[in-house]
Structure formats: structure tokens, C-alpha cells
Design a protein around this ligand. Structure first.
Ligand SMILES: O=c1ccn([C@@H]2O[C@H](COP(=O)(O)OP(=O)(O)O)[C@@H](O)[C@H]2O)c(=O)[nH]1
Ligand SMILES: O=C(O)[C@@H](COP(=O)(O)O)O[C@H]1O[C@H](CO)[C@@H](O)[C@H](O)[C@H]1O
Length: 320
């Protein structure tokens, strides 16, 4: 193991039970900071309500650690928006944010727009498909940010059981992590090899940092943020916190293949001097007529640092 990774693992890996919400409220007040929790959601009516209710009940009403809970909806066709609002979230349609910049599909697009739709100095991102969500996830992610000014970005680590029709595989989850992201990061960005869950969907950061880096529009957003933030701040400003176990609803392998395609596009775009990667991913289905090739565009766009957008919006003479 690289000495820098070993050192980083030792002093930038935390456990969630290090902090209590009440102590972090005091730390937040002492710093005059505010906290936004953002849940990206696409057709998550089954799970989003319980997550929002748990955060609001525990960390807004009982103990004011969180100042706003925002669900950023990527155009759900189910009752995600209604369920989230009924549970107490402010629901924002991603398409309604920065309409001048158009609407791209994807999780990263929603997260990029959430920067514009929220006001917290600290942002916490939580997926909306979590099962048995523990609001302690939010406390653990905020702990390093509210107690160490030298830390700017915190990723969750956890065990990731894979729920299948045959039962639960204890550490079968994180398939794209294990088959693509971890080997890719170890090969091209070995300083990031200490991240146990580089693609974890739960993470937190300082707005002042998050607004200085691009957000990749699709599923490449997590890998893109890690690579861009380590280049911006250095490894010591990044950290990870052990949240225990995380369960979520899983996509089929073919969908994860497309996710992997977007992550690969994101990584290749960050390899200087590399030729423009082909955006097509060809997958295969066996049909009654034989094998059918299905072509998917796994291209992504780089949404610019929000700071540059704010500056552009403020520039005199800009047409509203
Ligand atoms: O276009 C999208 C795709 C996904 N998501 C949300 O992003 C999170 C992670 O996505 P998903 O569950 O599809 O990925 P997985 O967890 O299977 O890797 C979930 O809350 C999704 O609802 C989103 O807001 N917009
Ligand atoms: O980590 C992974 O391999 C993927 C798929 O997880 P599973 O194999 O369905 O447990 O899940 C993550 O990756 C996405 C892309 O970065 C994130 O957006 C998701 O939040 C995260 O769950």
C-alpha cells in the first residue's frame, strides 16, 4: 500500500459514533454554518418518504442540525414529489432550476442543480432509494466537516449487502465499484485508493468547494467529484466515515453496464491527452430471432462549476 494512502487511511477515516447530533448543533452554531440535505430522486415513491421523515423528525425538529431538506426530482413519473412533500421535504423539479442551461437527464444533473436550489454552507447528499435508513448517516457525514476546518469533503463507507431474489449476499453490493471504479481509481488516481466506497451515494461537502468543480450530468458524478476535488484541495481535505451497513434498491446488471459506461466516460475525460472516447455502448439481448444488439449513448456532459454560473448570472447586461 502506498505510504500516502496508508497515512490518509489512518488519519482521515472516521466512524459515525464519534459524534452526537447535539454536539454538532453547538459546533454548527459556533461557526454560524447552515446545513442542507439533498435527496436526488427519480421514481422513489416507495422509499423517499421514510428517509425524509427520519431526517426531519430527528435532525430538524428534535435536534436542529439540518436547516433544510430538499428532494430534487429528476422528472419522476410516480408519486415521489407528493410523498416527499407530505413527509416534509421541499421538492424541487430539476427541470425548473436554471432553465437557461437546459435539462440533461441523470443524477449528476440533479445534484448540480441542487447547488443552485439550496442555501446551506454544508451540503449532505443522500440517495432516495435507501432501505432502513438511519439519520445517523447525516450526523456521521457532518462530523468531520463541523469539527475540522481542514476537511472539505466526506464520503460514506459501509458494508453493502446485495438483495437478490434468492436472498441477501452480505457484501455483494457495489458491483460497479468493485468491477470498474476501484480498479480504475487504483490505476489512474492511486492516491484515491484508500476510499472504501468511492461511488457511495451518501457524501457531504463545503459549498465553497463544491461550487468550484464541474458536476458530471449522469452517474459519473461521484467519480468526477472525487477526482476533481482531490486535484483542487489535495488528499488531506478529503475524508471518509464508516456508517455501518447500507441497503438500497438495486438495478439490473444491464443498467449498471450503462452506469459503468458513464463512469468510464467521466474517467477518460480526466485522463489528459486521451482521445475523445466513443459515446456508444453496445449491449446484447437474446430474442426469439437471435441476438439483438442495443446501442446506448453513455456520453455525459460536464456541467460547469456553479461559481462560474453565479458570476455569469451577475454579469451586467445579462439578459434575464
Ligand atoms: O436520473 C436520475 C437517476 C437516479 N437518481 C437518483 O439517484 C440515486 C441513485 O440512483 P440509482 O438508485 O439509480 O443508482 P444505484 O443506487 O442503483 O447505483 C437514487 O436516489 C435515484 O433516485 C436521480 O435523481 N436521477
Ligand atoms: O457502487 C456501485 O457499484 C453502484 C451500484 O451498487 P449495487 O451494485 O446496486 O449495490 O451504486 C453506486 O454507484 C452510483 C454511481 O456512482 C451512485 O450514484 C449510487 O449512489 C451508488 O449507489
Amino acid at each position: 500500500m502506498r505510504p500516502d494512502v496508508r497515512r490518509w487511511l489512518h488519519h482521515r477515516t472516521f466512524t459515525a459514533d464519534t459524534w452526537r447530533a447535539a454536539d454538532l448543533v453547538a459546533a454548527k452554531r459556533a461557526r454560524g454554518s447552515t446545513v442542507s440535505v439533498v435527496l436526488p430522486a427519480l421514481d422513489e415513491e416507495r422509499t423517499v418518504g421514510a428517509i425524509v421523515a427520519a431526517i426531519r423528525g430527528t435532525l430538524v425538529e428534535a435536534c436542529p442540525l439540518v436547516d433544510e431538506v430538499v428532494v430534487i426530482d429528476s422528472g419522476s413519473s410516480d408519486r415521489t414529489a407528493e410523498v416527499a412533500a407530505a413527509a416534509g421535504a421541499r421538492v424541487v423539479s430539476a427541470d425548473a432550476v436554471l432553465p437557461r442551461y437546459g435539462c440533461r437527464p441523470g443524477k449528476g444533473e440533479a445534484l448540480w442543480k441542487s447547488l443552485h436550489a439550496t442555501s446551506g454552507d454544508l451540503l449532505v447528499f443522500v440517495d432516495s432509494d435507501l432501505i432502513a435508513f438511519d439519520p445517523g448517516f447525516v450526523v456521521g457525514l457532518l462530523g468531520p466537516l463541523l469539527t475540522d476546518p481542514g476537511i472539505g469533503y466526506v464520503k460514506a463507507l459501509y458494508d453493502r449487502p446485495l438483495t437478490t431474489t434468492d436472498g441477501i449476499v452480505p457484501s455483494g453490493g457495489g458491483r460497479v465499484t468493485e468491477l470498474l471504479a476501484r480498479p480504475l481509481l487504483n490505476a489512474f488516481w492511486p492516491e484515491l485508493a484508500g476510499f472504501v466506497q468511492p461511488l457511495s451515494g451518501e457524501y457531504a461537502g463545503r459549498r465553497e468547494l463544491l461550487e468550484q468543480v464541474p458536476f458530471v450530468s449522469g452517474y459519473g458524478v461521484e467519480l468526477g467529484l472525487l477526482v476533481d476535488l482531490v486535484a483542487l484541495t489535495g488528499l488531506d481535505a478529503l475524508a471518509q466515515v464508516d456508517l455501518g451497513t447500507r441497503q438500497h434498491s438495486h438495478q439490473a446488471d444491464a443498467a449498471l453496464g450503462r452506469m459503468a459506461g458513464q463512469i468510464l466516460q467521466t474517467a477518460l475525460a480526466r485522463r489528459p491527452g486521451g482521445a475523445e472516447p466513443d459515446r456508444e455502448l453496445l449491449q446484447f439481448l437474446r430474442t426469439a430471432d437471435g441476438l439483438e444488439g442495443v446501442s446506448w449513448d453513455v456520453g455525459v456532459v460536464e456541467r460547469p462549476p456553479m461559481r462560474s454560473v453565479r458570476d455569469a448570472e451577475r454579469r451586467p447586461g445579462r439578459r434575464s
